[in-house]
Design a protein around this ligand. Structure first.
Ligand SMILES: O=c1ccn([C@@H]2O[C@H](COP(=O)(O)O)[C@@H](O)[C@H]2O)c(=O)[nH]1
Length: 270
């Protein structure tokens, strides 16, 4: 089963649109992890096991592993998700994009080395830079469209012939790059009007939505403007809001509670 089919099945099975973000920062771990050699893997594994029931996807951010030389922990964590929680897709947040020959190495890194089901990509270098990823028909290609950060509009909102750049990106990916049906887009929860415009352009294409919680995005506006015709279509990401719901001995209970609470809030507005 390819990434998009897997995601649709998981939306149904879990009744959840929550994507649990895995951004491990050892400085924020509960004190009992201090000095443990494999703390990054063990903390993330515990969070995964505590939140899987409420998750439609997991999204490890590669920078939080690479910064600490913990790439092998990332590989083992993704293998653990596949083994212990089959059917939950893993999106590697790496925002790759480069000339084709280099991009083909990044595709091997994401899908073969780390075992991810999908990867985030920067479309700015154009179609040939995305082709090695698009060619992996069973894998998901999740392209930045309108990001969640304050400077998102510096380039993404620039006007081209009466249409902002981010809408050209959405149109081009939906019309030209999605031949295998394996594309999705990143749209920040912090820009609900842009989210509405993108949903209008891309039909029922899945959207990965960062920006809830710590970045201030609103759940109700996100679901209202971003859901697809059948009330799904979204992977609403929360990283810090789930990972660090508590930094005491109850960190797994607090993380599970945070994921369940977000799932329920999303479902109230579907
Ligand atoms: O536009 C974007 C694209 C990616 N991200 C990533 O999502 C998470 C958000 O973390 P929170 O703690 O829930 O704010 C993080 O990994 C970012 O790198 C994004 O925020 N915005």
């Amino acid at each position: 089963m390819g990434f998009i089919e897997q995601l649709r099945a998981r939306w149904q099975a879990s009744n959840s649109l929550v994507c649990v973000g895995l951004d491990p920062d050892p400085a924020k771990f509960p004190p009992m992890f201090a000095g443990r050699d494999d703390a990054i893997f063990e903390f993330c594994r515990d969070i995964v096991d505590a939140t899987a029931e409420f998750a439609c996807a997991f999204k490890p951010q590669i920078a939080y592993f690479a910064a600490f030389g913990a790439e092998d922990a990332l590989r083992r964590l993704i293998a653990h998700i596949h083994d212990a929680h089959p059917g939950i897709p893993v999106i590697l947040d790496a925002k790759r994009g480069d000339i084709g020959s280099t991009a083909s190495m990044y595709a091997i890194e994401a899908f073969d080395r780390f075992g991810a089901d999908a990867v985030t990509l920067n479309p700015y270098m154009g179609h040939d830079s995305a082709q090695p990823f698009l060619d992996r028909a069973g894998k998901g290609c999740v392209f930045l469209c309108h990001t969640s950060n304050p400077g998102a509009g510096d380039f993404q909102d620039l006007d081209f012939g009466g249409t902002p750049l981010y809408q050209h990106v959405a149109e081009t990916i939906a019309a030209d790059w999605n031949a295998h049906g394996n594309c999705a887009l990143v749209v920040g929860a912090t820009y609900p009007e842009e989210l509405k415009a993108i949903r209008g352009i891309v039909g029922d294409m899945p959207l990965l939505i960062p920006g809830i919680g710590a970045q201030g995005g609103d759940v109700e506006a996100t679901v209202r403007n971003g859901k697809s015709a059948d009330g799904s279509g979204l992977m609403v990401n929360s990283s810090r809001g789930i990972l660090y719901a508590s930094n005491g001995g109850d960190y797994t209970i607090a993380a599970g509670w945070a994921a369940q609470t977000l799932r329920d809030e999303i479902n109230r507005h579907r």
